[in-house]
Design a protein around this ligand. Structure first.
Ligand code: GDD
Ligand code: MN
Length: 370
């Protein structure tokens, strides 16, 4: 045993999720060190194997400063999942997260920390929507509109008392987070909304305003897929976990598949001299195939089939969907026989078939259990 005394344990672990933030990292950590001088802090950079080498830089920095750690995740993407893993790697009483691109204002860190340490709050949000906070500078008009809509929705569904549920900048006690960690959704951006939705209402939340700054280097990773992810999360929480977040994608893809089906059918009947049966079969095959490829690219992006694995996947998808089609017709006919309402019958048929297709294809085609 050596005689050296251990360094004091950190009071706070600050997570920096990164994807291609090499150019911002050094400045980011310098600013944190300055803002938190006098505090025993540690920073955990959680990097999803960025092509620009962010994790290599973080580990270099860590060689010279024990307050810096880095988790390099491979074959995975996702801001929420990165935050969760970072939080769970901490043993400090308080954990926090902020963007690594200098858009969040580090000067409010000490106030956030003291609200938690004095016991006045269990969770503190850096907020753009309370007096003194704003997001106009760092946002495009479209982004600002989207963000407002999402905030409005989330407040209706989760916690009306929290103004900026979309914030990626917050700090909280580690204990309540450890308790809910298994229920959190690792996909998407909305980690705070998820935490609030999964926590007991007794969790006391405070908000501190700050001004969201424009990004200097690199680019935003928030895209349309992220917005849809959020709709999925809302649906999942409203139905208390009954409807999986991914189902929403599957349903949208299915809806576009219906359009493809009708278009092919029209084209085949119009352009070729074939029977309705043949045209219908062709349309079904085309729609199933496009659905398969779109689902493979979007819905199951993380479990995407590549190369030769696509072929058995596609065949399996055909099988699953054709059984779905039979159940669809069976259910619709039963409802029609009972209630004599054609559109209700059709709706029930489609609903049952999509749940069937979703469940079986996630289990067998893309092999997911959640
Ligand atoms: N590890 C990891 N994996 N980090 C990621 C990923 C990912 O898949 N995607 C993004 N990040 C990191 C970025 O490198 C950055 O440090 C931070 O997460 C925020 O990502 P941005 O791409 O800069 O997000 P933004 O500025 O468009 O969005 C901001 O506003 C949203 C609310 O409208 C962020 O503050 C979000 O957290 C916030 O929800
Ligand atoms: Mn950003």
């Amino acid at each position: 045993m050596s005689e050296t005394t251990p360094l004091p344990a950190p009071e706070i672990t600050l997570i920096l999720p990164t994807f291609n933030e090499r150019k911002n990292l050094v400045e980011m950590i310098n600013r944190i060190a300055f803002a938190l001088s006098g505090v025993a802090w540690e920073v955990v950079v959680v990097d999803d194997n960025s092509p620009d080498g962010t994790s290599a830089l973080a580990k270099d920095l860590a060689q010279h400063d024990t307050r810096i750690r880095c988790i390099r995740r491979v074959n995975r993407r996702g801001l929420a999942g990165a935050c969760i893993e970072g939080f769970l790697s901490s043993s400090a009483p308080i954990v926090g997260v902020m963007d690594a691109d200098l858009q969040h204002d580090e000067s409010i860190l000490p106030r956030m920390l003291s609200l938690l340490q004095s016991g006045q709050a269990d969770l503190v949000v850096g907020s753009r929507h309370v007096n003194g906070g704003s997001a106009t500078e760092g946002f495009s008009v479209l982004r600002a509109g989207m963000s407002q809509l999402a905030t409005w929705l989330a407040r209706r569904v989760f916690r009306p008392d929290v103004a900026d549920m979309m914030s990626g900048f917050f700090m909280m006690k580690r204990a309540p987070l450890e308790a809910i960690a298994p229920t959190l959704n690792p996909s998407g951006f909305k980690i705070l909304a998820d935490i609030l939705a999964s926590s007991p209402r007794s969790l006391r939340v405070a908000e501190i305003p700050y001004v969201f700054r424009p990004r200097l280097a690199g680019e935003s990773k928030l895209d349309g897929k992220v917005a849809l992810d959020f709709v999925g999360l809302l649906l999942n929480k409203i139905t208390r976990g009954i409807i999986p977040a991914r189902f929403i994608f599957f349903a949208i893809v299915g809806g576009t598949g219906l359009l493809v089906h009708l278009a092919t059918l029209l084209l085949a009947l119009d352009g070729f001299d074939i029977t309705f049966g043949t045209a219908e079969t062709a349309a079904t095959l085309v729609a199933m195939s496009t659905n398969f490829f779109v689902n493979n690219m979007v819905t199951y992006r993380q479990a995407r089939l590549k190369g030769w694995a696509i072929l058995p996947g596609l065949l399996l998808f055909y099988v699953v969907c054709s059984v779905g089609a039979v159940t669809n017709i069976g259910a619709a006919m039963w409802v029609f026989g009972e209630l004599h309402n054609w559109w209700l019958a059709a709706l029930v048929g489609v609903a049952i078939a999509s749940v069937w297709n979703y469940t079986l294809s996630s289990l067998f085609v893309w092999r997911q259990t959640s």
